[in-house]
Design a protein around this ligand. Structure first.
Ligand SMILES: [Zn+2]
Length: 286
């Protein structure tokens, strides 16, 4: 709320405010993966590809179904803005809104990343996170959020009264995705979606509810690892904000490359079945 309340509080305001929150989607209702079956494969992984994401730029890569993907902090504290697509149907992509509703504002080991409607199925399962010790800090901040969107030149233009900046994550992702798919730039732009903010430390202020960021706790050697539930096309920007301790959409923050590694396991997780697209019949009551 950005203005003083103009309405007098009702007599039972305190009672109304005291009603307890209810979790919208209890985790008990969510089919959860058997994490131990996934993790059992991690003892025998073969590195099959390494991709470097240049600072203030983006790169794409493929992760075959059943492979693991590690996003690694290689040289310095740096956050990455990640998009995920079904490699065979680019209309199916990461849906951070529902991923957030199901898992919470920040994701970590054991959480699954869901795709958009009408597919709504797990695209990836997070199998390891070296920042899992962080939890929530005293400010309410945590890492790997699905609440931000990505820094973009339109918001920058709005807030800077006309500024033009071309290396926001949105533009970096757009260029890399256009290059990978041979789409014209403006067509490619329409596929870029809200991101998983890998390593970024964010939250909402308790007093004003505003989205905040703070210096990422990530250090070289840290990584976030996920298992590809379907064939994936990944696209990630090494944010021009670097560790996002001060600002983004800038050429002044210290920025570092990031590394992506793809690993092939010996088999599939015991009892694992490839997720089918969502079972809703799509008749919508007609
Ligand atoms: Zn960014």
């Amino acid at each position: 709320m950005k203005h003083e309340a103009m309405t007098t509080a009702p007599a039972d305001a305190a009672a109304r405010k005291a009603s307890k929150p209810v979790i919208c989607y209890p985790v008990e209702d969510l089919p959860r993966p058997d994490l131990s079956a996934y993790r059992a494969l991690r003892d025998d992984l073969e590195l099959v590809q390494t991709v470097t994401v240049p600072p203030r730029d983006a790169a794409t890569w493929s992760v075959p179904q059943g492979h693991f993907c590690r996003i690694i902090c290689s040289e310095g504290s740096q956050v990455g803005d990640l998009n995920l697509f079904n490699a065979h149907d680019l209309k199916e992509r990461l849906y951070t809104g529902k991923t957030r509703a199901l898992n919470g504002t920040h994701v970590g080991t054991g959480d699954q990343l869901f795709s958009n409607f009408p597919y709504l199925r797990p695209m990836a399962t997070i199998t390891h996170d070296t920042l899992d010790w962080y939890g929530f800090d005293a400010f309410g901040g945590a890492v790997h959020d699905v609440i931000g969107t990505r820094c973009d030149p339109y918001t920058h233009n709005l807030l800077s009264h006309g500024g033009q900046y071309h290396h926001c994550c949105h533009s970096n992702l757009t260029r890399a995705f256009a290059h990978a798919t041979d789409m014209p730039l403006h067509e490619a732009e329409g596929y870029i979606h809200d991101v998983l903010n890998v390593f970024m430390c964010t939250g909402f202020t308790r007093d004003t509810g505003q989205y905040f960021m703070k210096a990422s706790p990530v250090r070289p050697g840290d990584y976030l690892e996920f298992f590809a539930e379907i064939d994936l096309l990944g696209c990630m920007s090494a944010c021009p904000g670097g560790d996002c301790s001060s600002e983004h959409s800038s050429d002044t923050a210290a920025c570092y490359p990031m590394v992506v590694e793809i690993y092939k396991p010996e088999g599939v997780p015991e009892g694992w079945k490839a997720p089918a697209v969502n079972g809703y019949d799509r008749s919508h009551g007609l």
